[in-house]
Design a protein around this ligand. Structure first.
Ligand code: M6R
Length: 364
């Protein structure tokens, strides 16, 4: 049941802290505070590159994963949505790691992409929530997301669990490639172990998020912005808003805004920015100033450090505790999902069963 919540989505949003904690428990040895993965199909030190693929929200998790694997583990990563990858026939580097991400393990395009990668003799590692799924059977190894059953069509906790697994995988890959010493690993693991509490802090921002939702609920178009690891967070926010509130939303890498969408900006198109204080904060801030100068209404998800700088131009802010750059995308995902939920409630849509959508897309 819904445990007293109005919708499954609301219940599942509140499971973020628990689910992230459960997923970490599977992958971090509490005694050594080191990431310990199950047996993998290949030697991580020898993999020349990874090919990541998925659909929908799982694809945005893959984008965050690419950001981490490249920047922390220095592993070259190719990434594509599964429906494109399966027909692209890309030339694969021998011994590549195929990294598939799926909540259900049954998504037709992701499964087809898995088979394409297998035919090109990649090692197949899947990040799956349903561990007895078709994709699980066809993979060399599975990393499980301990998210439990997800009923709401709009994915929430499965997404942050996917990020948690990809963060742990990144640490393991970085260590085996000699990119992370013991102190470096300890620093990142400490940041990960802090996540359940920080996720709870995000949930505690419900009032501020509801007040943003009132502005969005009256809009017909919304622009989501983010850079670096926050770009996929912006995409996740925009997809969730489209799915359940039926408001058109578009996510742009903040630096790309002046190459086109800036012409859309006026006071009828709210701008939702994901802008915690990471090394890219100043770059995002300057894009937000440009938007503000053109009459844009800025609704900003930030952290305590970012808030000091962005408060002057933001019409509304949701301020989360400042966390390590590495874990910022996990924490910042939660309020953008909550925003979509609150807007859908205001608009009175069928939150858990949005029109035209299925939980698991098993046909092409
Ligand atoms: O089961 P999967 O993770 O493979 O599903 C992929 C997408 O269909 C899914 O993430 C979809 O985009 C969600 N409705 C997003 O909320």
């Amino acid at each position: 049941g819904k445990d007293g919540y109005q919708h499954f989505m609301e219940k599942e949003l509140h499971e973020h802290p628990l689910v992230i904690g459960q997923t970490l428990q599977r992958m971090i040895d509490p005694a050594t505070r080191q990431v310990v993965l199950p047996e993998l199909p290949c030697n991580l030190a020898e993999v020349p590159r990874a090919v990541m693929t998925a659909c929908g929200s799982a694809f945005y998790a893959a984008m965050v994963g690419r950001f981490w694997l490249e920047s922390v583990a220095r592993l070259p990563v190719d990434i594509d949505i599964a429906s494109e990858l399966r027909y692209r026939d890309p030339p694969l580097t021998k011994g590549s790691l195929g990294l598939l991400i799926s909540q259900s393990g049954e998504t037709a395009d992701t499964l087809a992409a898995l088979r394409t990668l297998r035919q090109n003799s990649a090692h197949i590692l899947s990040v799956l929530n349903v561990e007895h799924s078709t994709m699980a059977r066809e993979s060399d190894a599975v990393l499980g997301t301990a998210a439990g059953p997800e009923i709401s069509v709009a994915s929430t906790k499965a997404f942050t669990a996917q990020l948690t697994v990809l963060a742990c995988l990144t640490i393991a890959v970085a260590r085996s490639r000699g990119m992370l010493d013991a102190a470096g690993e300890e620093e990142l693991v400490t940041a990960l172990l802090d996540l359940p509490s920080r996720a709870a802090d995000a949930l505690a921002q419900a009032d501020a998020i509801r007040s943003m939702a009132r502005i969005i609920a009256d809009a017909s178009n919304v622009l989501y912005l983010g850079r670096g690891s926050m770009f996929p967070v912006a995409m996740e926010g925009a997809l969730k808003l489209k799915e359940i509130s039926y408001i058109h939303a578009e996510a742009y890498a903040a630096g790309e805004m002046k190459h086109g969408p800036i012409s859309l900006i006026d006071n009828t198109v709210p701008i939702v920015a994901s802008a915690p204080f990471t090394p890219l904060f100043d770059k995002t801030l300057s894009n937000l100033q440009e938007a503000k100068a053109r009459g844009g209404r800025l609704l900003v998800f930030t952290d305590t450090k970012g808030a000091e700088r962005v408060s002057a131009i933001a019409e509304q802010m949701v301020v989360l505790p400042h966390v390590h750059d590495f874990t910022a995308p996990v924490v910042q995902t939660i309020p953008v999902q909550m925003l979509a939920y609150e807007v859908a409630v205001l608009r009175g849509t069928d939150v858990d069963q949005p029109r035209n959508l299925a939980k698991s897309v098993t046909v092409e």
